[in-house]
Unconditional design. Structure first.
Length: 241
């Protein structure tokens, strides 16, 4: 029905395919979970938007269900059920469209627990932090050993957060940080956290090696703001307390 309504202009099946592609491209990986955007705005030309008259709300729900199923198949985590909204952009021509994904936290009303549409919202607790809060304060030199830090990799519009103590970087889908770069080895490098909360990067015998701030290394301690290059991909490293 929707295909006939669109004739040779923008096709709903094409919108669904591109929405799934945007979800895959804007995922944020932690150590055990992969989070993806939960709100998507589709910008259409005035002519294409007019074709939606009478079908727009139904199509938004259809695309929302498609994204939810795609997230389930890929084992992605969502903060809420995916929401899809159409808007008109006068700059677009017939047959052109744009997609803007966003990751939006679900609103929490008084007396209402956070929830995720059709997929229970996952609350993450840290037993280590709970024990640390209850433990009597130790001298300063001992407190340093209890510091729990997270490594942060910023790459284009993506952000990866790793709780440690180790995280693999590579082309393999089994890596915690997957880089689609043919110059990156399947298991290229590994981030390692020390007991004091410091992080280092170690080359795992890669073909093209590692550079930190332009200097070739096999292993080195990383500091916030360091630029790390693996293969031909460069990312910004940071540490969260």
């Amino acid at each position: 029905m929707f295909s006939r309504a669109f004739s040779s202009e923008v096709q709903p099946v094409e919108l669904a395919r591109k929405l799934a592609k945007e979800m895959d491209a804007h995922k944020t990986a932690s150590v055990q979970r992969v989070y993806v955007p939960n709100e998507y705005t589709i910008f259409l030309s005035k002519q294409d938007r007019s074709k939606l008259e009478g079908y727009e709300r139904s199509l938004e729900q259809e695309l929302s269900g498609y994204l939810l199923e795609h997230a389930r198949r890929r084992s992605y985590d969502l903060l809420t059920r995916p929401a899809v909204e159409f808007q008109t952009d006068e700059r677009l021509r017939l047959g052109e469209f744009g997609i803007q994904p966003r990751m939006v936290k679900a609103p929490v009303h008084e007396g209402e627990a956070p929830r995720q549409g059709e997929e229970g919202h996952t609350m993450v607790y840290s037993a280590v932090r709970e024990r640390d809060r209850q433990r009597p304060k130790e001298p300063e030199q001992d407190v340093r050993a209890l510091v729990s830090t997270r490594a942060v990799i910023s790459l284009d519009d993506r952000r990866y957060v790793f709780d440690g103590p180790r995280a693999t970087i590579g082309r393999s889908k089994s890596a915690e940080c997957v880089l689609a770069d043919p110059n990156v080895s399947r298991r290229h490098a590994e981030l390692r956290r020390s007991d004091s909360g410091e992080w280092q990067i170690v080359d795992l015998g890669s073909t093209n090696g590692i550079k930190v701030n332009g200097r070739r290394v096999t292993s080195t301690r990383l500091s916030p703001g360091d630029q790390v290059t693996v293969g031909t991909t460069t990312f910004l490293f940071d540490i969260e307390q």
